[in-house]
Design a protein around this ligand. Sequence first.
Ligand SMILES: [Zn+2]
Length: 92
Amino acid sequence: MNKFNCPYCNEKSVSFFRKLALSPIVSHNCNNCNEPICVPFKALLLILPSLLIILILPTFIDHYTVVIGLFIFDLILTSYFYNKYVPLIKAK
Ligand SMILES: [Zn+2]
């Protein structure tokens, strides 16, 4: 699985799933240098369309299997873009 570079020590110390769990208010200490890492507030803008789809979609589609399939597709797509375009930043 991909690892991402720490903004302090530049070592590949942040895993794909660890980065997904980060937010502007939830930081994680680097496994290598133990400094706090988080993501910028603009990362929330990437999650906003996904949340709107999850909240609005069930009102237009009656088949729950289609809605669940779209939820999973939405989750995978948002995770991909989050890991590709959201940078890791120093939390302090
Ligand atoms: Zn580090």
